[in-house]
Ligand binder design. Sequence first.
Ligand SMILES: C[S@@+](CC[C@H](N)C(=O)[O-])C[C@H]1O[C@@H](n2cnc3c(N)ncnc32)[C@H](O)[C@@H]1O
Length: 390
Amino acid sequence: MGLISSLRMTLIALGTKLYEVVEGKAKILAPDPSAYSREGKYDPSWAPVFYNPKMTFNRDASVIAVSLLSPKSILDSMSATGIRGIRYNLESVSPDETIFNDKNPAAITLLRINVERNGLKNYKITQLDANVAMHQFKVDFTDVDPFGSPSPFTLGAVASTRRGGVIALTATDLAPLEGSSRASCFRKYGVRTSKLSYSKEAGLRILLGKVVRDAALFERGVVPLFSFYKEYYYRLFVKLEPGAKRADKSLQELGTMYECTKCGYIFLDTDPCIRSCPLCGGSLLSSGPAWTGSINDEVFLDKMRSVLEKFSYLKSYSELSYLLNLLKNENKYKLYYNLSVIASKLRTNMRPIHKVLECLGDASRTHFNNVGIKTSREFKEVVECLKSSY
Ligand SMILES: C[S@@+](CC[C@H](N)C(=O)[O-])C[C@H]1O[C@@H](n2cnc3c(N)ncnc32)[C@H](O)[C@@H]1O
């Protein structure tokens, strides 16, 4: 971009109506929503630089995760106001270098101001396409926080991350991932999908599957450290382990997610061609390839829970504590049963969930769905408990 247009963009950014936001330990300037509202509504993408207060929980959780990773170098590949990278510096770690990048020139101007305001020292700011930045820099931790799908950036994120490093991704394209936009899911994730009753978990497993396949191209295996779903997005932290063997091992953990249309039985299998329900012979919905392994690392979750106290200043502290405990409880099981779907198949009323859990014993609620449960018990026991738990 020429000097004139860059100055023009700078002027536009300076003319942008700003307000001060305090988030965690950062104090940043962001576009004032009141100046960009339309008919009483506001979407952060209408402002010249993107800042979404509804993503604070995502950033709070990320700050805690990054504090345990202790990366020496960070690439905040889509910085916008810079809030994420700034918070990592103020609250998580003291990296030797943080690279802030955004392709939007107004964002570059604003993040320059924000980084200075927060007293950061070791940083670099670049205005590149994220994929260019990710092929240019090598770091210990790469953050990808796009509008919509992270799919066009997963390969770049693997490329930019050193051996043993970690990538974090946000995905807000729930329609393809959860199976509502099937063509889009095939286009973006290479997955033939269906709308499954446990669609919220299915979406996360599809996304992890994509990361596994892209990591394998660089001969890296994948360990999901911390993954969750919230309202309209997924957030995941994935460790990349070097070596073709590790890549192959991760690929072996890809499989297909199934659901019987007749009885409601759900299962994961590495065989992508199962046609009928192993329990009742009914026809199956399927979705894959998807990650069939653990979506959270037990040890990492425990560490997050043990450092949480240090972050008691966060507004979302209680909510984070609740999420981390729930993730730990549900981590030993695989897919969740959607009790309302099974109840309607059985033509019975939805029983109180705590009663079903009590009846099953070895079972947990899931953060994915408030009418979902995970259990090691057999499907017939879930059905019995659902029928008998008054
Ligand atoms: C969702 S916002 C990032 C929000 C920010 N990380 C935060 O936590 O507030 C996405 C940002 O990515 C930038 N962006 C979108 N596509 C990009 C690309 N291909 N390369 C670089 N930046 C991009 C946009 O300009 C926007 O600022």
